[in-house]
Design a protein around this ligand. Structure first.
Ligand code: M6R
Length: 365
């Protein structure tokens, strides 16, 4: 049932405040000092005994994994590698009882991700699954499970499942940081409030959907670059994937600082550059990259936090998002990207919910 929406994708985009709330609130409301995660059994002793963590997933779920890697290192001071499952399973990673492998999957059935989970178990590693479908194969086979409460996702392009994967990741980061002793009670209390505020912040972006549709209507560029730094780079990868997947527009995601090492040669008047700037301390750096592409004729759209006026120096258009904690701000920027890709696909007359050549879950290799 589309509930009056034109497509499942749009319906699922608009469900995000509710499902992110469902993923976050019950885990945070019980205890003032720690996150409550039902099926996570890792003890402090086991964590101390872990010398590497791998986060393994495909597609959009992999992009959530990159965010997890970044935050687990920054906040919990744990060494983490994030990798696509199809690469991980065919190389020979160092895996033993000192490893923890976290797989992320909406369906819980993706063939490569499942194979990575089984490989980790065979090697004696601890395994954890962040999954959306209760009762799926990964849910059944992983010893530790963290559910995303996104509900059924019908559109092939993942939207609400991704936001819930990020939300689950934030919870896991807080949980492991508390266990590690790298996050004080006071810092935990602040982050808890920030996470509680997320659903409303998402809502306020959804209320601006019409203005994003207008920007899409006036955008004609043939090729698109998404650029950002840090967490914004990972969000860029997700924005770019969504545009390819449903709008069939050639797009690439680049770490903003890498542009001048090659791809800037491609920038001309037919290029659109979408710059993500949610990490305040990196503003100047990315703004200067945007000025470089603008000087070469590209159209520049910037997604940035309200109040960060500096970005207007380099952008033709700015899509503002509410100011949030740096940990979660790129989730908000991605809501804009979802709407951007959606309206672009609609404008081009594509089959939004069932894009060509794609299946909802890839259960063959
Ligand atoms: O069910 P999974 O989360 O394991 O699926 C992984 C990818 O196939 C999936 O995220 C894919 O990239 C989406 N179609 C992206 O929108």
């Amino acid at each position: 049932e589309k509930n009056g929406y034109e497509h499942f994708m749009l319906k699922e985009i608009f469900e995000q405040p509710e499902v992110v709330r469902a993923t976050i609130v019950p885990r945070l409301s019980m205890n003032e000092e720690q996150v409550k995660l039902d099926r996570i059994h890792i003890t402090k002793e086991e964590l101390d005994n872990t010398n590497r963590i791998y986060i393994v997933a495909c597609g959009t779920a992999y992009h959530a994994g990159l965010v997890g890697k970044y935050l687990l290192e920054k906040m919990a001071r744990l060494p983490v590698w994030a990798e696509t499952a199809s690469e991980f399973r065919y190389r020979d990673p160092v895996l033993d009882s000192h490893s923890l492998v976290i797989v992320i999957s909406q369906s819980g059935e993706t063939a490569d991700t499942l194979a990575a989970l089984r490989m980790a178990k065979r090697a004696g590693a601890r395994v954890m699954a962040i999954v959306n479908v209760v009762g799926s194969t990964m849910d059944r086979e992983a010893e530790n499970v963290l559910y995303t409460w996104a509900g059924p996702e019908i559109a092939v392009a993942s939207t609400k499942a991704y936001s819930c994967q990020l939300a689950a990741m934030y919870l896991l980061v807080l949980y492991l940081s508390r266990m590690q002793g790298t996050l004080s009670r006071e810092e935990f209390a602040i982050l808890r409030q920030e996470l509680y505020a997320l659903p409303e912040e998402i809502q306020s972006i959804l209320e601006r959907a019409e203005s994003i549709r207008h920007i899409v209507a006036s955008t004609v560029q043939k090729s698109v670059f998404y650029i950002g730094r840090g967490l914004d780079y990972y969000a860029s990868m997700e924005g770019s994937l969504k545009l390819k997947e449903i709008a069939y527009i050639h797009s690439e995601a680049y770490a903003a600082g890498e542009l001048k090492h090659g791809p800037i040669a491609m920038i001309d008047g037919d290029t659109l550059v979408i710059g993500l700037i949610t990490q305040q301390e990196l503003t100047e750096k990315t703004v200067s990259n945007l000025k470089e592409v603008k000087a070469r004729g590209a159209k520049v759209i910037c997604i940035a936090e309200e109040g960060n006026e500096k970005v207007t120096e380099a952008a033709d258009e700015v899509i503002w998002i509410p100011k949030s904690h740096p940990m979660a701000a790129s989730l908000l920027a991605n809501i804009v990207q979802q709407l951007f890709a959606y309206y672009m696909a609609v404008k081009l007359g594509n089959d939004v919910d069932k894009p060509r050549n794609l299946a909802k879950s890839v259960t063959v290799e």
